[in-house]
Design a protein around this ligand. Structure first.
Ligand code: FPP
Length: 231
């Protein structure tokens, strides 16, 4: 059994492939994002039964502002709808929602819905869902370092960043890169890349990814005997 860094797994997902999924069906890209939002709902439902305690998903990178305005507006509307619609279900199912990334460039309604959803779900103890919105890992690391005001230790910087290490990172859509997502936190994450487009990703795919995670030997740079004696 591999070591994990939280009481359950911290899984992170780069939800890629919405646009291609839609284009292959002759649909506008936004239809792919809509289908992607449904996938996210299903994955959130399935995560606790897979031993996942925290799930951090890349919903909108700081570089995504460069997309056409129509697509950005549609994504913001989708986030708003998701936060409003899912809030009650999250409370009922013990899902705590929080959002990481910059808030000052988000539309006021989205920022308001984030604050409301975070407050309403704060007590959720079954799963911690983090949505990364207007998120850049490099910027987060810079901000965390600036808050420390002096050269810091690893632990101090990690604490300033405020997120647990990632155990398992899944990227859908066939690309094999991190794209400025959780760069510090993924230092020892197990990486799983799948060609499946995000709207097609299922609870069974999640289960397979978790099984693949448990089949790997995590050594954190040590040798197997040392890691097993750390536990
Ligand atoms: C990347 O696919 C996906 C995004 C930039 C947006 C992710 C958003 C969702 C999954 C919508 C649901 C999220 C929430 C929080 C409601 P892409 O558009 O880059 O796909 P492509 O590589 O095929 O073009």
């Amino acid at each position: 059994m591999p070591e994990t860094s939280t009481s359950g797994l911290h899984a992170a997902v780069i939800m890629d492939g919405n646009g291609r999924w839609a284009q292959r069906r002759g649909l506008p890209r936004v239809a792919g994002h809509r289908a992607g939002a449904e996938t996210l709902r299903r994955v959130v439902e399935a995560a606790p039964s897979q031993g996942i305690a925290a799930l951090t998903v890349y919903a909108f990178s700081s570089d995504n502002w460069q997309r056409p305005k129509d697509e950005v507006d549609a994504l913001m509307k989708l986030f708003l709808r998701f936060l409003r619609r899912e809030q009650r279900r999250c409370v009922e199912n013990g899902v705590r929602v929080s959002v990481i990334g910059r808030r000052d460039r988000l539309p006021g309604l989205v920022a308001g819905a984030i604050a409301a959803c975070e407050a309403a779900t704060a007590e959720g103890g079954r799963l911690h869902l983090r949505l990364a919105v207007d998120y850049s890992s490099r910027d987060q690391i810079l901000d965390a370092a600036r808050r420390l005001e002096r050269p810091a230790t690893r632990d101090e910087l990690a604490q300033s960043l405020g997120l647990p290490d990632v155990d398992l990172l899944i990227r859908t859509g066939g690309e094999q890169r991190l794209s400025d997502f959780l760069l510090w936190e993924c230092a020892y994450a197990e990486l799983i890349f799948t060609p499946r487009m995000w709207p097609d990703f299922t609870a069974a795919d999640l289960e397979n990814a978790v099984a693949e995670f448990y089949s790997r030997e995590r050594r954190f740079g040590a040798v197997p005997a040392v890691v097993s004696s750390m536990g």
